[in-house]
Design a protein around this ligand. Structure first.
Ligand code: PMP
Length: 496
């Protein structure tokens, strides 16, 4: 199928990719790249399955709020599914998970309720239960919901079997979080071929399974310790994981060190061009151990649960610089142009900005009148471009000051007729003595662009102008104008 009725139809059917460089050459180590799901993780499958199962059973009513405790990927998948189907979503999440995850959830329209890191996974789950009971929300219960395992049996496992078309699979390697992947995939692979080894990886410092110690009722597992593999081993062995163990599905448990997980996630990116998260690096660490012992020619499948995009504020990206390093600076200096240590070249062939071309400076009465009309409409007028970051920065200052202003966006459809958006620019340049955008006017007088506006706020003159024109604003506002500028303009010292 090449056309889809909704984004939800694009979930699953992820590619199985043979590792060409990281695996021993005589073994076929295949990775299942779950980052291909629409929101970039294996949890998209579960999110859709849990919501649809609840719709079918009647547990979820039209328009009812959905809630779940999640380290992020489940929430992000649920946010997509809920957005597409029209359910409000609340996510509870420990404060220790990466910032990108919170921001992504909120971008998708979900509300995020943080819980203290010290209360671990159990804390966020307890909070979700409290909120669900108090407000009548539908709680997904991903750690015990059979729909979570069922979708992996029906899709993930079936895709793997289809991809091998009857060829034997020596081993399937996965970590566990909810255990949905583990329970759902293992039972189908085992039924298809009892010789397929089910290998489960877990953090070496949190051997919940490896220790053989049972999960105590309503408490953290005694062997749990905080670890680097977000999405793996919560502080308890979930019901779905316990069921997979009890059914005798697990043949081997492999402990993985955090550093090894980070190293292999980076290696996957640099040596195979496969961009994935920390738990994927960790699963590969275990799969490589299996591969080293496997008979030549065997097929091994390794789950890669999510994309690396989500880990930019975590140790995975440590040492990845924002600024040029010495080698990059030397490369920059190896040719004369476009450097930070020399002024930019201005070759004659580069046309001057459109606003000051001679042909444009001819008197354009209509454009003059148009500008006058705009300036007369409000005491504070900003002539701007919708896409310009400096215009956004100037807007932020005016918004924080609570100033009511008129924004005249020259690139908006309103100024397309008669090419007025373009014709206004030379008129504006003449009036302001500068060809740049934005230009801010107070009481019809030009204040300047973004920098001049910021300087006028700092030296108090902006306040005077606004007061003189009777414009209401928050005179006591404390604003660091530098922070309103685009991030790439923030002083270098803050990123060094
Ligand atoms: N890795 C990541 C990054 C995850 O978000 C999850 C889900 N929590 C897993 C692995 C484990 O998957 P499952 O919940 O199906 O055991």
């Amino acid at each position: 199928m090449t056309r889809y009725a909704s984004i939800l139809e694009t979930i699953g059917d992820t590619p199985l990719v043979r590792l060409a460089r990281l695996a021993p050459p005589d073994v076929n180590l295949h990775v299942k790249v779950e980052a291909f799901n629409p929101m970039g993780s294996v949890k998209d499958r579960m999110a859709l399955a849990v919501i649809e199962a609840a719709e079918h059973s009647g547990a979820l009513r039209r328009g009812q709020t959905v809630i779940e405790a999640t380290s992020g990927n489940t929430g992000i998948g649920l946010a997509m599914v809920c957005a597409s189907k029209g359910y409000p979503l609340v996510v509870t999440m420990a404060e220790s998970f990466s910032l990108e995850r919170r921001r992504l959830l909120r971008f998708l329209g979900a509300r995020v309720v943080l819980t203290p890191a010290a209360e671990k996974g159990s804390g966020m789950l307890a909070k979700a239960i409290e909120l669900a009971e108090k407000h009548g929300y539908f709680l997904c219960r991903q750690f015990e919901n059979e729909a979570n395992a069922e979708v992996h049996s029906r899709t993930t496992a079936q895709e793997i079997l289809d991809d091998f078309a009857g060829e034997p699979i020596h081993a399937w390697v996965s970590g566990f979080g909810t255990g949905g992947t583990l329970k759902g995939v293992s039972r189908v692979l085992k039924a298809a071929d009892p010789c397929t080894r089910i290998v489960v990886a877990e953090p070496d410092n949190a051997p919940l399974l490896g220790s053989g110690e049972a999960q105590p009722a309503a408490a953290s597992h005694p062997r749990f310790r905080p670890h680097l593999m977000q999405g793996w081993s919560p502080d308890f062995i979930s019901p779905l994981t316990q069921q997979a163990l009890a059914a005798g599905m697990v043949d081997e448990i492999v402990p993985v060190a955090g550093e090894e997980a980070l190293r292999l996630a980076r290696e996957l990116a640099r040596k195979e061009g496969i961009f994935v998260g920390i738990s994927a690096g960790a699963t590969l660490a275990a799969a490589l151990q299996v591969a080293r012992r496997a008979p030549p020619g065997s097929h091994i499948v390794c789950m890669l649960p999510d994309t690396g995009e989500r880990y930019q504020s975590t140790p995975l990206f440590e040492g990845i610089e924002d600024e040029m390093n010495e080698e990059e600076l030397a490369l920059s200096r190896s040719t004369p142009g476009f450097r930070f240590d020399l002024p930019a070249p201005r070759p004659a062939a580069v046309a001057a900005p459109r606003a000051i071309q001679p042909a444009d400076t001819a008197w354009d009465v209509e454009a003059e009148r148009c500008l006058e009309k705009c300036l007369a409409q409000a005491p504070v007028v900003m002539i701007s471009l919708a896409w310009c970051e400096f215009c956004w920065a100037a807007r932020k200052l005016l918004d924080r000051l609570g100033v009511d202003y008129l924004s005249v966006d020259l690139d908006s459809p309103d100024y397309q007729a008669g090419d007025m958006g373009v014709r206004l620019r030379p008129v504006l340049a003449r009036r302001c003595g500068a060809p740049t955008i934005p230009q801010i006017f107070i009481g019809g007088k030009p204040v300047g662009g973004c920098s001049e506006l910021f300087a006028a706020w700092q030296d108090g003159s902006l306040g005077h102008c606004l007061a003189e024109c009777g414009v209401v604003f928050d005179s006591g506002a404390e604003i660091d104008t530098e922070l309103l500028l685009p991030a790439w303009l923030h002083p270098r010292s803050t990123t060094a």
